[in-house]
Design a binder for this molecule. Sequence first.
Ligand SMILES: Nc1ncnc2c1ncn2[C@@H]1O[C@H](COP(=O)(O)OP(=O)(O)O)[C@@H](O)[C@H]1O
Ligand SMILES: [Mg+2]
Length: 445
Amino acid sequence: MRLSRYFLPVLKETPAEAQIVSHRYMLRAGMIKQQAAGIYSWLPLGYKVLRRIEQIVHEEQQRAGHIPLLMPTLQPADLWRESGRYDDYGEEMLRITDRHERDMLYGPTNEEMITDIFRSHVESYKQLPMTLYHIQWKFRDEVRPRFGVMRGREFLMKDGYNFDLTYEDAMHAYNRHMVSYLRTYERMGLQAIPMRADSGPIGGDDTHEFLVLASTGESEVFYDSAITDLKFGDRVVNYDDRAECAAIVKEWTTPYARTDETHDVALFHDIPVERQKTSRGIEVGQIFYFGTKYSEPMGATVVTADGSRVPVHMGSHGIGVSRLLGAIIEASHDDKGIIWPEGVTPFHCGIVNLKQGNGDTDAACDAIYAALKAKGLDPLYDDTDERAGAKFATQDLIGLPWRITVGPRGLANGKVELTSRRTGESEEMSAEAAIARVAEIYATI
Ligand SMILES: Nc1ncnc2c1ncn2[C@@H]1O[C@H](COP(=O)(O)OP(=O)(O)O)[C@@H](O)[C@H]1O
Ligand SMILES: [Mg+2]
């Protein structure tokens, strides 16, 4: 993309309404525009990151064997009357009446609808295990939407639902989700710690939230610092292997890590004192086993090997896709702007022409741009007439991890400059070497 033809409405001023850094930078970098409280348009740059995050979520869900589908945002109230949640959900649910006076709602989540799909089409235990998921907009009429996409009213969520014959099978689905989530967040350059969460009125203790440590997080968290040393890395997991998944879950759930809701002071104080950490965290996902809570009242049953009919064991598993943009920025920025991890960056590399209109720099930039594209990369070439300082400020604000700078002086010596946004370090090299280096960095992402 050439910046002169792109739509990147960066703001010079810091918007007064933004209280936290991710919200400020998302507005300043022209990623989002608020349309109503907690409701945003995704401008091109923000939309690009949103799509990259979605893509990673899709890849990791499917790697774990989960099946994508798509359910609508609007749902009939009758489904929710079956589960009893139409009355229970309260004011967070946006209720709508259509022209035929039918009660509808904008889905805050999809347990009822997915259970309805399952009961309509699945008869036999032989079709299990099954996990279906989608990535779809949700609406929750939050009392206090705030912090931009972090707590919106309309937000994008990946929600997946497992259907299993037995409790043991459902626990494998639970573990499989935890493992796939660990990998998902790491690919986004994030460390999200699974923390034992409060299961609320549903009961049972099989729920974990995934929290990204950040001072602006809404939850207070307590953990053993040993957990922050764990890395998922590039291990290859057989998601059908129960023991393997359970071992990874054990690895991540053995060190103490809890939110204030489940915090146990006595257990916490058993940790060596230098490892006792308190912080704040942003919830970027949650996994939940809830058994037959929906399958029983809604009649989602299967016929077993001995011919009896039993309700299926279920769980639901969410990732806050749109919230993740905010969480990533909270975890990765400096006072000049965002620092995107390579896995989610909107463009792989910036190209800055220090002397637009100069025949040599223009030709060199065009060649670098074409060469990066030929390698399957997505560069953003600043071909505008702005002065160098303004171009650098924009690059720093929008946070592309790598930048190639082309100026007449360097070019006279056959050199361009490759700069890392994260370290700020620059290295002079030939254009070919810079292109090869950038390609090599992304080859392993
Ligand atoms: N209002 C919101 N705005 C943005 N993301 C949200 C919002 N509510 C929930 N999410 C994201 O969706 C994920 C799954 O939702 P869920 O666990 O049902 O939410 P909650 O714990 O807030 O009830 C959460 O972990 C969070 O990352
Ligand atoms: Mg939650």
